[in-house]
Design a protein around this ligand. Sequence first.
Ligand code: FAD
Length: 401
Amino acid sequence: MRVAVIGGGAAGCFAAIEIKRRDPSADVILLEAGRQTLAKVAVTGGGRCNLTNSFAHVESLEKVYPRGFRLMKRALQTFSCKDTVRWFENEGVRLVTQADDCVFPASQDAMQIVRTLQNLMNRSGVEIMTGSAVATLRPGFECVLANGSVVEADRVIVTTGGSPKLSGLSFLDGLGLEMVPPVPSLFTMRVGDKGLTSLAGTLSEVVLGIAGTPFRASGTLLLTDWGISGPAALRLSSYAARHLADTGYQGTLLVNWLPFCEDLGSMLSAMVAENPQKRLSTVHPEGITARLWEHLISKAGLRADIRCAETGSKGLSRLAEVLRADTYPLTGRVHFKEEFVTCGGVSLKEINPSTMESRKYPGLYFAGEVLDIDAVTGGFNLQAAWSTGYCAAIACLRQNQ
Ligand SMILES: Cc1cc2nc3c(=O)[nH]c(=O)nc-3n(C[C@H](O)[C@H](O)[C@H](O)COP(=O)(O)OP(=O)(O)OC[C@H]3O[C@@H](n4cnc5c(N)ncnc54)[C@H](O)[C@@H]3O)c2cc1C
């Protein structure tokens, strides 16, 4: 049996290794467009590779996989985060789980993951063809390379990753598969308020939202010179990826600066009552930095030098409103520096969710980000690549028995 794996990223390399491990006689050829395999894995997690998550605090898969959570539920039953940890540790990669549940190699070096997978492919005899972009995939199967040469295979696993443009999937055009138009996910957003962005720094737990939509996301917030980032903003960009693409990344950002305070009015009243002679700007609530507090006082329309006793009930209720539902204009998406995945790709309707096999073309499988599956940050995207790559590999061998 000859298996062609198209795309030498996380999902493709993992699938190729699993096939050879289970059936050393299988002829596995990996076709990679780039000059080397696993180029993206090398830069994941800021070069440290957040390769999975313990899922210890995941209440619902929908919260971490905005697209594809049902399929991921099945895939994780076959190959879970615990299996990922065991798999890599069996290959001699010591892993550490951080307090935030993210799992990294103890070496803090993504290249250790890259070298482990590359060594396993070499040792098990996966034939690797780099510089081999597939221009057309024909049923049967024929992988027509950009240079015109043809690689034939009995089975094909497509693992070409996320493509922010539909043209990145054009090699599949002849198959008539349903595609979900790709749009970016996990990006930094521009906010049109210099007063806010000039506060550059990290703020503890906030809840962000987009006015007039159900999209809400919590977590720490990173204010940068160009906009908002950090876990809360990246989560919001993921949940609202398609909505934001449709609106041209415009809208009104909602911020709840103190989501854990149940009664903001009472908290503020007590704060000013305890410090009547102090300037309001010097007695900020817990969890709000001094500079942010000054900014919020001004947004509430209060004087910078006002004393606590002068705030008055109207002033306090304006402050409570700003703390609870502050608003900022969203003015665009930042096109650099972001951790980036694609929402969209091959429609999940096209595949059997247990085997990743095409419903139209038996013997053709899909895995990884090429599918309409994507996650928030935290190691969930790579876990999707390992789980779906594994499912495709075992199903592809099963079909041969
Ligand atoms: C900067 C950055 C940091 C990230 N950090 C993390 C992280 O820490 N944790 C996490 O879980 N996720 C992270 N992600 C997301 C994660 O890297 C991806 O979700 C994951 O790599 C997807 O794996 P894949 O195998 O589906 O695709 P990829 O890893 O993108 O691999 C696809 C491969 O297919 C090749 N290819 C494409 N088209 C063709 C073609 N026509 N013919 C042949 N080959 C082709 C590409 O060259 C590529 O090598 C990060 C992403 C980025 C951009």
